[in-house]
Design a protein around this ligand. Structure first.
Ligand SMILES: NC(=O)c1ccc[n+]([C@@H]2O[C@H](COP(=O)([O-])OP(=O)(O)OC[C@H]3O[C@@H](n4cnc5c(N)ncnc54)[C@H](OP(=O)(O)O)[C@@H]3O)[C@@H](O)[C@H]2O)c1
Length: 262
């Protein structure tokens, strides 16, 4: 049994606790500054809970830090001494915080891994990338197994993590923004809101399945009859800078992530 301690029972930490509690081979613990967030995980999922991250570190083989980037330093100060002279590993899901910044606050040689998940983990359809420092390489398969309980996982070099943060970490928010705009557009054309919502959710879900087996260009060409309605929409959307806005948005998010690491 690997003892996994999750620090921060919020959106990402909470999703991991729920899914991991159904998987074999893990003994789960959790800490959070809010005791009231922890209690349901103990009651419903049998998670061992504590207000002290240090105590959690003492009781865990692998720690997963699921706190906001600006709280990572505090957590590391709390847990560092519990890692002294052990083989315990630390995984961070924080945006923009590099492995080097984590390692320098921990005993030399501590295995450190970094994962960038997304909020779709809460429905088991997350996407995540993972990397590690040299001592953490042996832990990669286990950390990938852990994040596979909440979705798809791939290895990615750390130099691309800020880009990935901007792409799929923030990605669900972009898709939600697009969905909302599409629903509003349908309402503007006179479609009742509940019908528009159902049509848009179905369209996004169905397109995601199509994109598993075809390229984006193929899907576009199948829908776009020459001289037809979709072609008219594309001209109007392009004139309004639709694709350029997406490039700029992802670039701005990547720059923001790089800023967090400085
Ligand atoms: N949410 C996403 O879509 C997403 C996607 C990709 C990556 N991430 C990364 O995942 C990390 C967690 O994000 P999240 O959205 O899950 O955050 P969240 O919902 O705010 O959860 C974090 C939890 O940790 C608690 N906390 C703060 N400091 C703590 C400490 N010293 N010890 C123990 N618990 C502490 C927080 O309390 P307070 O609320 O009082 O601070 C909160 O309950 C972030 O670093 C983020 O960059 C998030």
């Amino acid at each position: 049994m690997t003892r996994v301690g999750i620090i921060g029972a919020g959106k990402i930490g909470g999703s991991l606790l729920i899914r991991l509690s159904e998987a074999d081979g893990f003994e789960l613990g959790a800490s959070d500054v809010h005791q009231e967030y922890l209690a349901p995980y103990a009651e419903r999922y049998g998670v061992w809970i504590t207000a002290s991250s240090r105590e959690l570190a003492e009781h865990s083989d692998l720690l997963i830090m699921a706190v906001k980037p600006w709280d990572v330093g505090t957590v590391l100060e709390e847990v560092a001494s519990a890692l002294e002279g052990t083989e315990k590993a630390v995984t961070s899901v924080a945006a923009g915080v590099p492995i080097s910044a984590i390692s320098e606050k921990l005993p030399e040689g501590t295995p450190v891994l970094r994962v960038m998940p997304n909020v779709c983990a809460s429905v088991g359809l997350g996407s995540a990338v993972v990397t590690s420092n040299e001592p953490g390489r042996a832990m990669l398969p286990m950390v990938m197994e852990i994040f596979r309980t909440v979705g798809d996982v791939m290895e990615l070099p750390e130099r691309l993590f800020d880009a990935a943060t901007a792409l799929h970490g923030s990605g669900p928010a972009y898709v939600a923004l697009f969905a909302d705009a599409l629903i509003q557009a349908g309402v503007r054309e006179g479609i009742p809101r509940d019908v528009a919502k159902r049509l848009v959710i179905g369209t996004i879900g169905g397109t995601a399945v199509l994109l598993e087996e075809r390229s984006a260009h193929q899907v576009r060409d199948e829908v776009m009859t020459p001289g037809g309605t979709t072609a008219a929409a594309f001209v109007a959307m392009e004139k309004a800078g639709f694709v350029g806005a997406i490039y700029d948005g992802v670039n701005a998010a990547a720059e923001q992530a790089r800023g967090l690491g400085r």
